[in-house]
Design a protein. Structure first.
Length: 229
């Protein structure tokens, strides 16, 4: 009969073997996620498991060895794509300069991604941007997570100008809704071009922000360089 020490050694050995395969499992999961993205880009939001398996170069039955069904794979794809969009939006927010320049840069980054990945954007819309909570830190909804990030940034600017930051969240909800609804409307259209949509959205977003700031007692020149926050 094995001793407690011997049993513990066997358990540790099994744990070691399992841990040793973790990088391989992560690599395989990522390859399937990337294959799913390729299939969605090519075949549309309703891409089939067989098409995903073909892109991943694995048997169809192998796809769900790494995901607990199609919904789990869809969530993983949403999280991966959300991170890509987040990087683009953050690049726009970090551009600095005037209020109009930051707004324009952020909107253009977003619309540029939508224009380049129409089927992925449709896929995200169909899944309501739902992603696993731990992939974004605080929220299971990509739009809500980005709204929270924008809220924090705008609140810092408002604080820098000595304004009450309480309205920041409500303003951002309107801004995100406006940009997202416009992107969904524009998707797949040949006209107007992205530059025109970006320009119009930039002006509309500025009007929302300007109205809030004026109500709080601040008149800000949209072409004035903003302080670092």
């Amino acid at each position: 009969m094995p001793t407690e020490s011997h049993a513990g050694t066997q358990e540790a050995a099994r744990d070691g073997r399992s841990t040793r395969w973790d990088p391989h499992r992560r690599e395989r999961r990522l390859s399937i996620i990337n294959a799913a993205i390729e299939a969605i880009e090519e075949h549309g939001p309703q891409a089939l498991t067989a098409q995903i398996a073909d892109k991943a170069r694995v048997p169809r039955t192998h796809v769900y060895r790494h995901f607990d069904g199609k919904p789990a794979l869809d969530l993983a794809v949403c999280a991966h794509v959300a991170n890509q969009i987040g990087q683009r939006i953050r690049a726009g927010l970090a551009s600095g300069g005037t209020a109009m320049a930051i707004i324009r840069g952020t909107i253009d980054q977003h619309l540029s991604w939508v224009e380049s990945h129409p089927n992925l954007y449709r896929f995200l819309a169909q899944h309501s941007y739902r992603v696993p909570t731990d992939s974004l830190g605080s929220s299971g909804d990509t739009k809500a997570a980005f709204a929270a990030e924008l809220t924090a940034l705008i609140a810092r600017y408002m604080a820098a100008f000595g304004l009450d930051t309480e309205p920041a969240e409500r303003v951002v909800v309107g801004v995100v809704g406006l940009v997202d609804a416009t992107a969904a409307w524009w998707l797949g259209r040949d006209d107007p071009p992205r530059a025109v949509v970006t320009g119009e959205l930039t002006e509309e977003v500025w009007l929302l922000l300007d109205r809030t700031m004026r109500r709080l007692g601040l008149e800000l020149d949209p072409n004035q360089s903003l302080p670092a926050v």
